[in-house]
Design a protein around this ligand. Structure first.
Ligand code: OSB
Ligand code: MG
Length: 369
């Protein structure tokens, strides 16, 4: 199959509340949105790059250059027989995985529409609902934090993740744990600590956490292995796992007890499914992380999370946790049991609200073969 048209957009869509991590703040989605067209069908994908090179090296500006100058022309030159061919087409591309993933997701959606299969079905999903939690940014003080957590618990979220950093780690975690003794709770440091903090981090063992996410450097595996030996709580790697090989190295080195799979971080669903399979074989649980995606990327994540070894709740909250209005006509809503329903319609199952998408588009290009 030859692609006939590629449409690229840069968008800006404000979050309902700014999202503060250990090192930066996200105030709006700056995603790149991709639409592929072939044989009378279309496919949508989202490259959920951040506001700057803070989570990984990619930004909206860097991804915009990558997709226009390199990735779109490469895809036009490719004869796509199946969605997995996109990863093969980009085999010689170094880095820029979110930009690659935008096209890869759109190709899965396109093939789903062409074959009448849902994305979950295509990937080998086994669940009709996926357990989800909510990721809560650094708050100004403990009172605000407890108010925010109470709001999400009241909304039905049964698992909470707290962003932590030096000066905002033990006290907020203790406060939430004491207020909700049975809440499923975990923390995420986004690479702010070093091995010198091992003794300090070991105090987190007292709070019955599901996991401690990415305490050390974004590109480290070796120090995480050293740190894991000093902690009872499982370390979960996020930033460090950018490919199936990185997952294998982390497993072999015992650098973590859990892996957070974000399909955008690893270049797409093909790599994400490979990591899922490697971890299943090694007996390592995985869960689906998030990048504050719009409904387009959220649908990709929900479908992935329906695979069998996604045994911990995902950072895939309902659309209204992020946006006043989402870019799809069928936004995701939270079920009373802290799950999202997995779409069953062909492709990723969301219907893009193109009029609203147009209104938040900063720049658009349409490329034809
Ligand atoms: O580290 O998991 C992270 C958001 C942006 C960048 C990195 C991370 C996050 C989140 C939010 O924790 C997850 C979500 O709700 O999409
Ligand atoms: Mg993380």
């Amino acid at each position: 199959m030859q692609l006939e048209q590629i449409e690229l957009r840069r968008i800006a869509l404000p979050y309902v509340t700014p999202f503060v991590t250990s090192g930066w703040c996200e105030e709006a989605s700056h995603s790149l949105i991709v639409r592929l067209q072939a044989e009378g069908a279309e496919g949508w994908g989202e490259a959920p790059v951040g506001s700057g090179p803070w989570y990984n090296e990619e930004t909206q500006a860097s991804a915009w250059v990558m997709v226009r100058e390199y990735l779109a022309p490469m895809l036009f030159a490719c004869d796509l027989q199946r969605p997995e061919d996109v990863a093969a087409c980009y085999a010689k591309v170094r880095g820029n995985r979110m930009a690659q993933a935008g096209f890869e997701f759109a190709a899965w959606d396109l093939f789903g529409h062409l074959t009448g299969r849902s994305l979950s079905q295509m990937l080998g999903g086994t669940r009709t609902q996926v357990e989800v939690g909510v990721s809560i940014g650094v708050q100004p003080d403990l009172d605000s934090l407890l108010r925010v957590v109470a709001g999400y618990v009241a909304a039905g979220y049964q698992r909470v993740k707290l962003k932590i950093k030096p000066g905002w780690d033990l006290a907020p975690t203790r406060a939430v744990r004491e207020t909700w003794p049975n809440l499923r709770l975990q923390v995420d440091a986004n690479s702010i600590y070093t091995l010198d903090d091992a003794e300090h981090l070991a105090h987190l063992d007292a709070f019955n956490l599901l996991l401690i996410e990415q305490p050390l450097a974004h590109d480290d595996i070796i120090d995480h292995a050293k740190l894991q030996r000093r902690l009872q709580t499982p370390i979960c790697l996020d930033e460090s796992i950018v490919s199936p090989d990185h997952a294998r190295w982390a497993i072999e080195l015992r650098a973590c007890g859990v892996i957070n799979i974000k399909p955008s971080r690893v270049g797409g669903l093909t790599a994400a499914c490979r990591i899922h399979a490697l971890c299943a074989e090694a007996g390592m649980p995985v869960w689906c992380g998030g990048m504050l995606e719009t409904g387009i990327g959220r649908a990709t994540n929900v479908a992935l999370a329906s695979l069998p070894n996604f045994s911990l709740p995902g950072d895939i909250s309902a659309s209204d946790r992020y946006f006043a209005r989402d870019v799809v006509h069928n936004p995701f809503t939270l079920n009373p049991d802290s799950t999202l329903s997995v779409p069953t319609a062909p492709g990723s199952g969301v219907v893009v609200d193109t009029a609203f998408l147009d209104s938040i588009t900063l720049e658009r290009v349409t490329l034809t073969r």
